[in-house]
Design a protein around this ligand. Structure first.
Ligand code: SF4
Length: 331
């Protein structure tokens, strides 16, 4: 899957983001590239702090600038480079053609407004941006329809409820409904259901997958859970320390991971057949204000060579299964 050549709905190219903090600059994203084709499900996976959420926020235009700064790259959505659009035009796409399912159902809703009021505000905002005329009754009908589609029992009652009256699973369904309100073509889901118990999380993920498939939407799912990736993704990008280090179709990645970091991540998944034992990854991600000059994974990589510590391996362009590693390049 290679960018514009593949006809991707969303194509991120060499995205770099820094954060200015206490007189120092942290290079939090360092050349992130990824593609999301229409109607495909793509996962962005990596451990906490690797830059997944910053990537998603940069795509949605939700980075707080300052302290963040996008210093390089392109974010092409349906042929428009979002980074070069006027703010009004960009806002016209985000929340409508592309929208997001937020991570934490307990804090992402405003506690002082009913669910219906919050959904009405989203619709009204989008209608204004798109120059769409819709009556209050039409907006209400749309809200009730979408609450029904996320399988909320008694949508009329839910629309009148305040967030505190709903369980965590119901709030997560409301967040999904909010993301679907304006019929997006791309849905970005940030760790969906991670704040919930495992049974409810499984139900939420199944619902999300069904809704996305039924509508033919593209899905970019951000997660650290490889079990979720294995079940739900067609294609996977693995991130480490601010860059994509491996990209592959999901089946190929799980069958034969090429990057040492991906292999280490997979070793962290407990397998019942192995007596439930699993290994961690020794060491910690680098300090983003002074990352190592070569491969950022070198200090934790058992296969590191002298060259790894001085020159960063490039992320190759072209083939479907790619890894940024000198070992792979030499193979
Ligand atoms: Fe390990 Fe070197 Fe490959 Fe980096 S480039 S992952 S240090 S072998």
């Amino acid at each position: 899957m290679n960018g514009a050549a593949s006809g991707a709905l969303l194509s991120v190219r060499d995205l770099a983001v820094t954060f200015d903090t206490y007189g120092r600059t942290a290079q939090v994203l360092d050349g992130v590239s990824l593609d999301v084709p229409a109607r495909r499900h793509v996962a962005l996976v990596g451990e906490s702090g690797c830059g997944k959420s910053v990537t998603m926020r940069a795509i949605m235009g939700l980075l707080r600038e300052p302290p963040a700064r996008v210093t390089a790259g392109e974010i092409i959505f349906e042929g428009h480079d979002l980074l070069r659009l006027k703010p009004r035009a960009r806002m016209g796409l985000c929340g409508t053609a592309m929208s997001m399912v937020f991570q934490d159902p307990m804090t992402s809703l405003n506690p002082v407004f009913t669910i219906g009021d919050q959904m009405r505000a989203i619709l009204a905002h989008a209608d204004r941006r798109l120059g769409r005329r819709r009556s209050r009754a039409e907006r209400h009908a749309r809200i009730i329809a979408v609450l029904g589609q996320v399988r909320m029992p008694d949508p009329e009652r839910i629309a009148r409820a305040w967030p505190i009256m709903l369980s965590g699973g119901m709030r997560q369904r409301v967040l999904i409904a909010m993301a679907l309100l304006n019929e997006p073509r791309l849905l970005i889901a940030d760790e969906p259901g991670t704040a919930l118990d495992v049974t409810t999380q499984a139900q939420i993920l199944r619902l999300l997958r069904e809704l996305v498939q039924a509508r033919g939407l593209a899905l970019l799912m951000i997660t650290h859970n490889l079990g979720v990736v294995r079940e739900a993704a067609d294609y996977v990008h693995v991130m480490y320390a601010g860059a994509v280090v491996e990209a592959a179709p999901a089946a190929a990645l799980f069958a034969a991971p090429r990057h040492p970091y991906t292999r280490a991540l997979l070793d962290c998944v407990p397998m019942l057949s192995g007596g439930g034992r699993f290994r961690g990854i020794d060491g910690a991600p680098p300090d983003y204000t002074s990352p190592p000059p070569g491969c950022r994974f070198a200090p934790r990589c058992a296969a590191a060579m002298p060259r790894c510590r001085t020159a960063p391996p490039a992320f190759p362009v072209g083939p479907d299964h790619r890894a940024a590693c000198w070992l792979v390049e030499a193979a």
